[in-house]
Structure formats: C-alpha cells, structure tokens
Design a binder for this molecule. Structure first.
Ligand code: NAD
Length: 259
C-alpha cells in the first residue's frame, strides 16, 4: 500500500492508460477522482473497475477544453476529499493530417486538451500542494515529446510543450516538496491504438498482423508497451522513494527514442 492516505486526480481516466493508472493508484491505497468522456455505461464501468480495489472513488465530468471546469474539478476534489496529493494530466487526443490541410479546430482542440488542460489543472492544484508541502504532478507526454513524426503537427507540438511545462513547474516547486515529472510512452496497447489496426490494414491493403508489425516498426522491442507497465511507472513517481526525482521525462518506449 504505497499510496495509502493519498488522494489522486487522473484526467482522461475513463479508458486506456488513465484508467489503468487510476486502478493502480486505488490498488496501492489511494482515493481517486476519475475523469473523462464516455457514455453513462462507459463511466459506470470505469468507476466499477477502480472501486473494485475498495477505495473511495468519484467521477468528475470536467471537459478538458474548458478551463473553468478544470479548476472546479480540482476545487471539488479538495473540498470532498480534503486534499489533492497526486495530479496526473493524462487526457489526450490525436489527429493525423498533412500540415496544409490540418483542420484549425483539431489544432485548437489538441493544444487545449493535450497541453493547456495540464496548465489549468496544475495552476489549480499547486496552492494546496504547497500548503501541505507535498505533491506529485505527472504529465502524460509521449515519445512524441522527444521526437517527431510527419502529419502529427499538433500532437507533437502539444507533447513537446507539455515536456517543457513539466521542467518549468518542477523548478518552481523544487523546494516545496512537490515534484513534477513526465512519462513518455511509445505505442501502448489501448483501445485507441487497437482501433487503428483494422483501419490501417484496410487503407494499406495488408493483413491486421502486418498492420501491427508496421505500427511497431518504430519500437525496437517490436512489442507494445502495456497499460499496466505505464501505470507501474506512475505509481513509482507518486511514492516517497521518488521524492528527489523532478523535472524528469521518463521514456517507456521499447527503445524508440534511443535510435
Ligand atoms: P484513450 O483514448 O484510451 O484515453 C483518452 C482519455 O482522455 C479518455 O478517458 C477520454 O475520455 C479522455 N478525453 C479525451 N478528450 C477529453 C476531454 N475533452 N475532456 C476530458 N477527457 C477527455 O487514449 P490512451 O491511449 O489511453 O491515451 C492517454 C494518454 O496517453 C494521452 O495523453 C496520449 O496522448 C498518451 N499516449 C498514448 C500512447 C498510446 O500508444 N496509446 C502513447 C503515448 C502517449
């Protein structure tokens, strides 16, 4: 029980990596506020998975496009749970398009959800963390915070921005007992990636097995990272043992960014 007595907010935790982190935190004893989009049934299913670990869990519907809703989510968690010790800025979306055709509204949404929402959540959570002299901020970056791919201009820009925000916040809070770190996964087997395989197979006229191999061609291990592996790293960064780690950007990418 490495996180007993702690309260965490995990944005974008109705699915994929965020849900895995929320479950891992609850397994380690934390109370958790989950957040994200989805049908009422999806949200109930996510809540049930996190509650199964026996901790207090709440759902907050804040839309990461809306700064006031993000601030209200943090304020409500402080009020209802008495504290926010761990903030994981995980919500994210992707859009792939040549730069000259990149829809302006997709650029704006990716910058808002993948980058600005972290700024708004950190801004709201830091006063309580400073007051209590303890806090853990974890920003879900990507291999695309360290390297780039064509057609992903907004995502690459947002993730590079989030990596910079991580370092700046870490330096500001270094003497306050509050750490701020980034996790940069390569390809993780989530519903988001799983859904792309049949589409890629169809568009390239290849089998689904070949489509998977194509996706993994950037990842030297030729293996997907699992949600559980990313969640285990997030748990570590939230523990006392990680107190001296701040401003770091941890790659968990099967060697992608070593090339
Ligand atoms: P996912 O689609 O399974 O989960 C994304 C989550 O964000 C969902 O809960 C969704 O509801 C939420 N979300 C989206 N828009 C939102 C909004 N406006 N307001 C609130 N919540 C919103 O995707 P995932 O693969 O689990 O990705 C999670 C994070 O990990 C993202 O930041 C992504 O960029 C990053 N990441 C994923 C991979 C990968 O291969 N899957 C690799 C590197 C980084």
């Amino acid at each position: 029980m490495q996180l007993k007595g702690k309260t965490a907010i995990v944005t974008g935790s109705t699915s994929g990596i965020g849900l895995g982190i929320a479950e891992a935190f609850a397994r380690e004893g934390a109370e958790v506020v989950i957040n994200g989009l989805g049908s009422p049934a999806d949200i109930e299913a996510a809540l049930a998975r996190v509650k199964a670990h026996g901790r207090r869990v709440a759902y907050d519907p804040a839309n990461m496009l809306k700064p006031a809703e993000i601030a209200a989510m943090v304020a409500k968690a402080e009020k209802d749970f008495g504290r926010v010790d761990i903030l994981v800025n995980n919500a994210g979306i992707q859009h792939v398009s040549p730069i000259e055709e990149f829809p302006i509204e997709k650029w704006d949404a990716i910058i808002a959800i993948n980058l600005s929402s972290a700024f708004h959540a950190i801004r709201a959570a830091v006063p309580g963390m400073k007051k209590r002299k303890t806090g853990r901020i974890i920003n879900m970056c990507s291999a695309h915070s360290l390297t780039a791919s064509p057609y992903k201009a907004a995502y690459v820009a947002a993730k590079h921005g989030l990596a910079g925000l991580t370092k700046s916040v870490a330096l500001e809070l270094a003497e306050q007992g509050v750490t701020c770190n980034a996790i940069s996964p390569g390809f993780v087997w989530t519903p988001l990636v799983e859904k792309q395989i049949p589409d890629l197979a169809k568009s390239e006229g290849i089998s689904e097995a070949d489509a998977k191999r194509k996706v993994l061609s950037r990842q030297p291990t030729r293996q997907f990272v699992t949600v559980e592996q990313v969640a285990a790293l997030a748990v570590f960064l939230a523990t006392e043992a990680a107190a001296p780690i701040t401003g770091a950007n941890y790659s968990i990418d099967g060697g992608w960014t070593a090339e």
